[in-house]
Design a protein around this ligand. Sequence first.
Ligand SMILES: *Cc1c(COP(=O)(O)O)cnc(C)c1O
Length: 864
Amino acid sequence: MKAIRRFHVRTVLPEPLAPLGTLASNLRWSWHSRTRDLFRDIDRRQWEAVSHDPVALLASLSAHELDALSRDEAFVARVREAAEGLQRYLEAPQWFQSWTEQAHGPAAIAYFSAEFGITSVLPQYSGGLGILAGDHLKSASDLGVPIVGIGLFYKTGYFSQSLSGDGWQQETYPVLDPDNLPLSLVREADGTPALVSLRLPEGRVLRAHIWKAQVGRVPLLLLDSDVDGNDDAARDLTNRLYGGGGDHRLQQEMLLGIGGVRALRIWSRLTDAPEPEVYHCNEGHAGLLGLERISELVTQRGLTFDEALEAVRAGTVFTTHTPVPAGIDRFGVDQVRRFLGGDCGLPGVPVESVLPLGAEDYDGGAAGVFNMAVMGLRLAQRANGVSQLHGKVSRGMFDGLWPGFDDDEVPITSITNGVHAPTWMDPRVVELAQRYVGGENVRHADGWDHVASIPSEEIWHLKRQLRAQLVEDVRGRVHDAWVARGASEAELGWTQEILDPDVLTIGFARRVPTYKRLTLMLRDPARLRRLLLDPDRPVQLVIAGKAHPADDTGKKLIQQMVQFADDPKIRHRIVFLPNYDIAMAQQLYPGCDVWLNNPLRPFEACGTSGMKAALNGGLNLSILDGWWDEWFDGQNGWAIPTADQSSSAAGAVMDEDRRDDLESAALYDLIESHVRALFYDRDAEGLPQRWMSMVSHTLGTLGPKVLATRMVRDYVTQLYAPAALASRARSADSYAQARELASYEHSARSAFGEIRVDHVDSEGVRDTPQVGDRIRVKADVWLGSLSADAVQVQVVYGRASESDELSEVQSAPLTHVEAYDGSRHRFEGEVVLSRTGAFGYTVRVLPRHEGLASAAELGLVVNA
Ligand SMILES: *Cc1c(COP(=O)(O)O)cnc(C)c1O
């Protein structure tokens, strides 16, 4: 029989236990081990059975059990104390509160992301991007930053991974019931669910409810299209994360971006929360949020599209996360026309004005394509990559949007990712660190230098416990994996003897796109076997990762790995664990001695798993890519030499096979002669002193850098605060600056076509110039319809190559001296020769307006 209606009956907690409800619904428990301990202590077996899920635990308790618990005075006292602790956490002024008093930071920030990885209980992530978003919110909460997260609620999350008998990835999609999750439905004052709706083609309407997850102080709003009134296709829209392509993906992104802004407005109306001044678009998926905000300004404030665009750009921050072109969302122009034009166009946002925003109208771009990252960059005045190297790579990758400028000037900066220490450090590591670093400091980057004073035998002893804990966990997982692969209990005795808590343990876990090269270590299988089976100094490997369901190449790599590890002769030293998720990761990082990462440089934008390993006393063994390129210092781990183009002879393009050969050989060499040599080099007490000094050094120096609190502070001070100021300046006096800037941009765009640098002269250049000489540069410039104060004229100088290419470029302004013949102007200025060697200079004309954040912003320049 099928029910015609379904209710969810929530547990009623007896009054003394009522605060448990609050403690379970605020996800702070996911990084607060004392709160988790409280739930665990209710019933340890049940806690394991519900996979450490407080809401599920409470739901599983009978009225009788609850009654008994409510009479346990000691327990009730702990509940009260925990609830008070949470309340203090939510209210106490933090870093942001003292900082903003002087800095007048943003009243609120909206953080949009297609995925959020907060806890394995709420599986709304596929990998690093989502984990980063979760860590961003958690750290913002710790710092008191007034942020609100916006995402989608995927009913089956990403997917759950298991293996077939022959090692092929199997996907299942267990359905999540939001009523059994730490979520609450956002409701109107009259109790009806708040509703967001969007128009779709053919008169269809897409409706969504809003679930709220509370992440410490930070609300996270998740839109869910599985609501009454939607047709079946609309109901299924938020079924899966990255589940569909094409139209499905575009509609998900419309719901996230456009619907997300509408959800925010509802949220502010219902809770009196301040409207965000800054909108942070975490990767391109949410980029359409800018269009909805333009529509608001056009319809509610009477701005034109271009004026509204200027206003919106000022308050928008865009973060790009991938240097892999295939990783960027691109739609067809026809698709965009269909979904954002005609009847379903946003009021005031003609689709003809939308299309140029995502057009790849630059060298190497494709026609007929709408690129979400390109739109993201055009809709945001501030943009960044996620490590220094990735910033540089992104400036090169998107330089077509700023023609005429050197890559260095492309206005994409970088903020290196970080990780949320309380989530990722094993509670015992935190406890040890706190004993020496003191109090709450660990999560705020203070006191890490005291780590050096932790006796190495204490760390070593703890690392052994963590390794043993991982070995236990792995045995259970491998056993269960084999049951799922069809093995019978009787054949599985061996799983209880695999791995060894005293053997050097190397971890490798991440998504399985090709560039991450899961199977690089299998390049020379015999050599790997020798490493694993070495009688005196063996190595053991713990491996995990999911391939995207549509990625058969990735699934083949997994199968290769699984089949290798299935070999009875080595299966006690190498394991592939199915279903990599946050819960597994939290066991894995602390238990590993070495964290391996061997991507194809420079495709790893940042990488964060190695940071989490480092915070747990692990050493990194990695290609110099992403964060490791920035922070490897020779003593905190090992760099696998890269055979990429930049380091091979004269930029010759090396074929990938050859590159894999070279890089894998280097990897084996490093493990054989350095990593294991150091690990097994023991003193009279059995301690690997040199190893431990690398661990202490890593904790002390990397510890404070890799924190997400450092990252969030960087975002606040370098991007959010300037964006809030710019946004205020734009909107003051009824958007006077937005109007003025739009009109300036309009005239600059037409005038720059006719501007010319007619003549450049220099005085003071001797036959043999010397350092310290001054040269006077004079330029005659034709400015057409622009006035002299609407441009800046610069002399740009630096080292000149044989072919007159400038490098190490600097610039100095030239001042306006006179106007003559109508549009002709003379500009002059001085350059001091500060370096020996070949010197060159040129003159260029750039736009000038107080609303511009950088000289390159408009992509307009005339070079002499
Ligand atoms: C940290 C983390 C990632 C990201 O790892 P990368 O090194 O950035 O690839 C992916 N999945 C989970 C579960 C993680 O915890």
